[in-house]
Each structure stands twice: as C-alpha cells, then as structure tokens.
Design a protein around this ligand. Structure first.
Ligand code: GLU
Length: 489
C-alpha cells in the first residue's frame, strides 16, 4: 500500500469545536504513528457561512495543540490549492467529462418545483428523493428551460439496484441500498460544488488514503461512493468516529459548558492535557493508564481500539488530567498560565515589575494544588486579596471552639509580637517563627497553627500558612491578628 495520507478538512463556519479537534487529533496521531502525511484542507464552499476569521481560528488552535500539518493550507504541497473556493477550476474539469459521458446531467427544476415534489412524496409516506424529472430531457426541453432563464444544477446519475458497501475502521461492514439515494446535486446553480462532490475530488486528487471523520458524515458516505464509482476512482478507507455527548447523554452543546478549543485555551487549560483528554474520547487504550505524554499517545494509538458507542465528555476528568499536567509546569510557566486571570480579577498589574512578579509566582505556587486550570486561580486568590469570607454557621461553630481555647490569646499575642519584630517576611521566616512559639508555649502544632490560620484567613483550612502570611505581608497580618485579638477580650 502507498504511504498513509490522512486529512483534516474543517469548514470554517464558526469557532473551532472540541469535536473537530478530536477528529483532527485522531488523524494526526495515526499519521504520526504510521509515518504518514497529515494534510489540512479548508472546506469553504458554504460561502454564506465561511469566514477567514474562523479559518485563522482553526489553524491557530491546531498549532496551539501541537498538531502540525505536513501538507495543506499555508504549508503548501503538490496537490494545492488547499482552500476549496480556490479549486473551482479543478472541479469544473472533472464535471465536464462526467456530463459528456452522461454520468451526470443538468437539472432545471426550480426550488419550488422540487419542494412541491418533496411534499407530495412525504404525503404518500415515502422518503423524499429526486424524482428523475430531468434525467432524460430532450434538446427542445433543454432549450425551452434555457430560454426561461433557468440556471441548472448538475446531478449525478445514481445507478439503481446497487449496494454501496464499505468496511469502516470503526463501525465494521456498512452498506446502503443505492435506491434510497436518488440522483443528487453535485454542482449548485451558481457553479459551486456541493460538499459531497468537492470532498471526493479533493480526497482523490490529494491522494488521501484514509478518511477519518465524525459519525455525522456516515450518511454522506454512500453519495461519496457513488461519485467515486462514477469517476472510476478507488474509494479510500473510511473511519467514522462516534459523537461526543454531554454527561446527560445529549449531544455536546453550549449547555454543557465550553465547546470551543479557544474557550479552553482562554480558561487556562494546557494543550497537552486537552490532547490527552480528547484522545480518550472514543479511544480506549489497552490497560489502566490514563495520563499519556504526546509520544506515548502516538505510540499507543490505534483505530481498532476506537469505540463505536458515543464518547461522554466528562469535564471532571479533563480537570483531573489538566491538574496532573500542571504539576509538571515550572514556577515561571505556572505564572504565565495564571497571570491573565489574576489581571482580569484586578489582582495583578498589566506589566508586573520584578517584585510583584516574585510575589505572584509565590501566590501561584502556593495555590497550585487547589486549582485544576488557570482561571480557577482568581477564586482561590480571593483569600489573599479580598476581605475574609463569612463562614457558614457550621464553620463558625468550629472556629469559635478554636478561638475559645485557653491558649489562643497567648499564641496570637506572641505571634503578633514576633511578626511586628520581623524585618523581612518569607515562608521560611514565618515557619521558624511559628516553630519558636510552639517551643516557648510547649503547645502542640495544632494549637498554634489553628488560631493563627483562623485569625489571619478566617478559615479552618487552606493553602500553606507560611506562604499565605508572607503574601499578606507584615501590615495586613498584624492588622488581622489585632482584630481577632481584640474580639478575645
Ligand atoms: N468539512 C466537513 C466538516 O467540517 C468535514 C468533511 C469530511 O471530513 O469529510 O464537517
């Protein structure tokens, strides 16, 4: 067999959906595993809905996810152009012989006539399909239609009593009866080919060997096979990957949260984590492993472990994967990921100087175990930048019990005086100070930590106290300690 060539062929009609990214990923992983070619083609024949903005968004998202393409838009190759609206001459050259050989024909039916026929068929309980009105027009009829100024479409003559069958990489043997298809339009009256036609010409002329795409295209495949057959071309191998559903088993939509790759990027997810998560949406690796490096994904991926049944988008799982990937970030990388969110919350300036940056890095490191993606930092950082949160009744009862300990005022006052005497505050210094109080009061850790934590943060639990106090700084720490001490009487 010739070298494997797969493609991703998005329609640039909106934000790049997470499902599109999953299709791209499966193709990319397969190409990388098999040493094949990954091609990127832009399918922009829907002139009303296609935009360059969307195309740019898709390309940027693929680059962000690290799915580099070997051939196609922007990078070039021998089979270009790679944007369908720039290939209209190529399509025309292929349509003309089809018409000459009578494998396709001009259809002059108007929209209204087709719609009326469709209604008639529906009323009779039939599945609508073209009734073949223009299949055998005489020269006179054609001239008459032309004289009326009708602009024809081109329809493929679909043979009757045939079976369109193929072995799908995911779904196994699939077959469709050609009688259900009907002669369908391949070129619209404005000369623009329909998706099914352009896709076949492109896949063939670009020498694509494997077509891996979403399940929603399965019903297009018999039409595409009819076109391959009419043109006498070899049919590629198909693989239709299942739908992505929300946790409620309904088709993934905006209701389920963020649906575009860009939204996840903006929320501070990591591209490697997204890829790891997307790979598991339909692909079931052998064994229990769930975290894969990109290299491991490439080595382990195989289409025969891609499931037929729908994949469920579990945001908790994505968060868990992302949390794990965030552990591998350097402090600087973590800061870069979180900074935009701290800025959006007003917790960081536009261009932090070295001192502010050092403080923010400390903040990110301190909160790292409490966040699953970048945007969550702003909720956790409230602890540092906002007033104390009002505790629930239950929490308040626990807090009051700690503050009622006999040793509490002593601990807080000692700590207050020790902090007031500090020249410089750092996690190490705070740690040493608290240790000193444990020694001097002979109290166990809990009886020292808890009053200090409650007095400074208003909470029973939270991130590392040594960091929190350092981030508060001397003034704010003293102020909070004094406030609490005052309530103890
Ligand atoms: N352009 C089609 C889409 O975005 C994909 C076509 C295909 O993969 O065959 O849905």
């Amino acid at each position: 067999m010739s070298k494997m060539k797969v493609r991703f062929a998005p329609s640039p009609t909106g934000p790049f959906h997470i499902g599109g990214a999953r299709s791209a990923l499966f193709n990319w992983l397969l190409a990388r595993k098999e040493g094949g070619t990954f091609l990127l083609r832009i399918e922009d024949t829907d002139l009303a809905r296609s935009t360059r903005e969307s195309e740019e968004n898709i390309k940027a998202a693929l680059k962000w996810l690290g799915m580099n393409w070997d051939e196609g838009i922007d990078v070039g190759g021998e089979n270009g152009p790679y944007r369908q609206t720039e290939r209209l001459d190529i399509y025309k050259e292929i349509t003309n012989p089809l018409l000459a050989e009578d494998k396709a024909y001009y259809c002059y039916c108007s929209e209204e006539e087709l719609e009326a026929e469709r209604q008639k068929q529906l009323e009779k309980g039939e599945t609508p399909k073209y009734n073949g009105h223009c299949r055998h027009l005489t020269e006179e009829q054609i001239e008459a239609y032309k004289a009326e100024g009708r602009k024809p479409t081109v329809r493929l003559r679909v043979p009757l009593n045939e079976t369109f069958a193929f072995d799908d990489m995911v779904r196994g043997h699939v077959s469709f009866d050609s009688n259900g298809v009907g002669d369908f339009v391949i070129v619209k009256s404005d000369g623009i080919p329909v998706y099914n036609y352009a896709v076949v010409i492109d896949d063939h002329t670009m020498e694509v060997t494997h077509v891996i795409r979403a399940e929603e295209h399965l019903s297009n495949t018999p039409r595409q096979i009819a076109i391959y057959n009419a043109l006498g071309w070899e049919v590629p191998v198909f693989g239709h990957i299942s739908l992505i559903l929300g946790k409620d088993y309904k088709k993934m939509s905006k209701r389920h949260g963020a649906t575009s790759v860009d939204q996840y990027r903006q929320l501070g997810y990591l591209p490697e984590a997204i890829n790891n998560f997307l790979a598991l949406l339909g692909w079931a690796p052998d064994g229990e492993q769930e975290l894969f490096t990109q290299e491991e994904l490439i080595q382990n991926f195989s289409m025969d472990r891609v499931a037929k049944n729908p994949a469920v988008f579990d945001i908790d799982k994505l968060n868990w994967i992302n949390f794990n990937y965030m552990k591998n970030l350097s402090d600087e990388e973590l800061y870069e990921l979180c900074l935009p969110h701290l800025q959006a919350a007003g917790y960081a300036s536009e261009t932090p100087d070295e001192a502010e940056k050092a403080k923010l890095i400390m903040l990110c490191v301190c909160l790292k175990d409490h966040i699953s993606f970048g945007a969550q930092i702003k909720d956790e950082a409230k602890l540092i930048f906002e007033d104390k949160e009002v505790p629930t009744d239950e929490e308040k009862a626990e807090i009051d019990a700690v503050l009622a300990e006999e040793s509490c005022p002593v601990v807080l006052k000692e700590f207050r005086d020790a902090v007031a005497a500090l020249d410089e505050i750092s996690p190490e210094v705070v740690k040493a100070t608290i240790k000193g109080i444990m020694k001097s009061t002979k109290l166990k850790g809990k009886f020292v930590f808890m009053p200090i934590r409650i007095a400074t943060t208003g909470q029973m639990h939270g991130p590392d106290l040594n960091y929190i106090i350092t981030l508060f700084g001397k003034e704010k720490t003293l102020q909070r300690l004094d406030e609490t001490i005052a309530t103890l009487g």
